[in-house]
Design a protein around this ligand. Structure first.
Ligand code: ADP
Ligand code: MG
Length: 393
């Protein structure tokens, strides 16, 4: 029988990956009284700077894995590209792993992910975008014409719009696949989006589940730009919101998932909805929970992995989150420090910087949660803050 008792502080917890998601997870784990060991090959990782212990090694490094296994009572991951084998390693040693390797392996491969989402559609009523798999020259010649214009996406290792390209016709598709080194890809129809939303659900070891309010997301160049909660566009469609939450619970349940799971959806111009992808971890579109909800998504991830009861997901105030990319550190060709004092002159703006040493164009450096008495007030604060940072409206 599996052990169902909670893991109490001051136990050690392990986190695979020390990017910003790892760092914010570590902060929450520490404030609950846990100690954290992070595995990340980058000596300057944001998580490594704040954890009690940083194992600076690759995700398959046996010595590091064994050290983490000896120290930690439970292990989680901050990103889906960690080898699923690594998660299995801990599970085989009887360490509680949330989410499990089998869930992460579905989310890290777009082919498995789409197949899984298609299965879920039978009961949830929300299917994935029309697509096909490209893994051989022959597959190129049987692509249904109705998938054009479309988007070619590498099956593995894509994020923030990387590893994907727009394709207008069969010739472009063949060229694009060459560009991706003929790796396994999915080819999706480019959908007419009315708006994008994401559902953030949390599932405990005993199946108890809860869902945060749905976020409405705006992307720029494939990278999340803002998330607004409650979703202004869904306000007129309560039935759609219910359907999206129910489908997200169904996905988590079918996977036997434990932890925080984000599910991205496209609402189309004809009012229908399709599921885009899943992220087996806290998500950028859930950063608003840090200041606007009773319990943040990172605290929930800790609670789920130590088998504590889940926290309250109530939204205390409307919120608009603005992502801060490295772009705002560049003025012409000069590297500058952005005017944080102007940002913080907006009393409802909550600044979160990830402690990354080198700003780069397109690199996620932080985010700002702008609270408001109503959605419009939150959005106005977000617009004002973006303006202060020189971010184009
Ligand atoms: P990533 O893993 O980089 O987040 P996504 O598949 O979520 O990749 O794509 C990033 C963004 O690109 C989406 O949020 C959406 O704005 C746009 N996009 C992706 N796929 C489609 C599609 N099939 N039709 C229309 N827009 C899409
Ligand atoms: Mg996405």
């Amino acid at each position: 029988m599996t052990n169902r008792s909670p893991i109490l502080p001051p136990a050690w917890l392990g986190i695979l990956g020390g990017g910003q998601l790892g760092r914010m997870f570590i902060h929450e784990a520490q404030s609950l009284g846990y100690k954290v060991c992070v595995l990340d090959p980058d000596p300057l990782s944001p998580g490594g700077a704040v954890a009690e212990k940083h194992l600076c090694a690759d995700y398959g490094d046996e010595k590091a894995l064994s050290e983490m296994a000896n120290l930690c009572a439970a292990v989680s991951t901050e990103f889906e590209n960690v080898p699923a084998k690594t998660l299995d390693y801990f599970q085989d040693k009887g360490i509680f792993v949330a989410p499990m390797g089998q869930c992460v392996s579905i989310a890290q491969d777009r082919v498995l992910e789409k197949e899984f989402l298609q299965q879920c559609a039978l009961s949830s009523g929300i299917g994935p975008v029309p697509y096909c798999v490209i893994q051989s020259q022959d597959d190129l010649s049987i692509v249904p014409s109705q998938l054009f214009p479309g988007i070619l996406k590498t099956a593995r290792m894509g994020y923030d719009g990387k590893g994907q390209t727009n394709v207008a016709n069969a010739n472009e598709l063949a060229l694009a696949w060459q560009e991706f080194s003929r790796d396994v890809c999915v080819f999706e129809k480019k959908m007419p989006l009315a708006f994008e939303v994401s559902a953030l659900v949390v599932r405990a070891h005993d199946g108890e589940s809860t869902a945060y309010p749905i976020a409405e997301n705006v992307h720029r160049n494939g990278i999340l730009h803002t998330s607004t909660v409650p979703s202004p566009s869904l306000a007129k469609h309560p039935e759609l919101s219910k359907k999206i939450i129910a489908a997200s619970f169904e996905i988590a349940k079918k996977m036997g998932y434990v932890g925080v799971l984000c599910v991205e959806y496209f609402v189309l111009t004809d009012g229908s909805v399709v599921v885009n992808e899943i992220a087996p971890r806290p998500h950028n579109s859930g950063h608003y929970t840090m200041d606007a909800c009773v319990t943040s998504q990172f605290e929930q991830q800790v609670r789920a992995m130590v088998r504590l009861p889940l926290g309250d997901v109530t939204l205390m105030e409307p919120v608009a989150m603005l992502n801060i990319l490295g772009d705002v550190w560049f003025d012409q060709n000069q590297v500058i420090e952005p005017a944080w004092h102007h940002v913080l002159a907006h009393p409802s703006a909550k600044l979160h910087l990830y402690g990354k040493a080198t700003p780069k164009i397109g690199r996620k450096m932080g985010h700002i949660n702008c609270l408001g008495k109503g959605i419009q007030e939150a959005k106005d604060a977000c617009t004002a803050v973006a303006h202060d940072l020189g971010i184009a409206p």
